[in-house]
Design a protein around this ligand. Sequence first.
Ligand SMILES: [Zn+2]
Length: 244
Amino acid sequence: MEDQDKAPDSWENPQKVLVILAHPDDPEFFCGGTTARWVKAGHQVSYCVITCGDKGTKDLLIGSPELCSIRQAEQSSAAKVLGVNEIKFLNYPDGYLVPDLNLRRDITRVIRTVRPDILVTCDPQTLFTQNGGLNHPDHRAAGQATLDAVFPAARDHLNFVELWKDEKLEPHIVREVWVAGTLQPNVTLDVTDTWEVKLKALFEHKSQIGEPDKFEERMRNRRAPDSTAEKPRYEEKFRRLILG
Ligand SMILES: [Zn+2]
């Protein structure tokens, strides 16, 4: 068992955490165990989900607007399971995300509004995933735009000066960034205690998980390699940057 006092997230005071990722279901897949662990420890977590996830179906009878509402409803239910009650949906179309200045401005606005101590996003450098697949281009774009918004756009008032002048949003320094979905982690959290609630949250994404039994088996098999099927241990890994 990990010593909680020495864990990298053993902050003294309750923290405000903002998770910014591309699709409905990304927060649960990338860091659901960690979110549940942080909520349990008294931290306040909110989400910003950039796209509608409106291309994620093989059902020929569902169009993008309908899928968008299904996926946002699923995201809200999943977040509730983890104890996350605040979600901002930026409603960008799924699959076409590019890390341009409009996206960077929109994310800067969210950061300056929420003013998090800790921000979680994903690694834009991950082209090939750990398990031999291709990373979704939206994940790379979301990670890039979010990191670019953290530094320097959210920090400096002359960056997107209209946010400061017209919208009265003061600059904000994010103290720590936790980058999920990275091939270069420097922090590992034990999330064995919250793996069940992560699974429960993922089950809310009914349109995404296929056959629930097979999905559950796949997720249970994602145990740490030094653990056994009888006594599994689960981990989530991040690259942690301390900026403030
Ligand atoms: Zn995704």
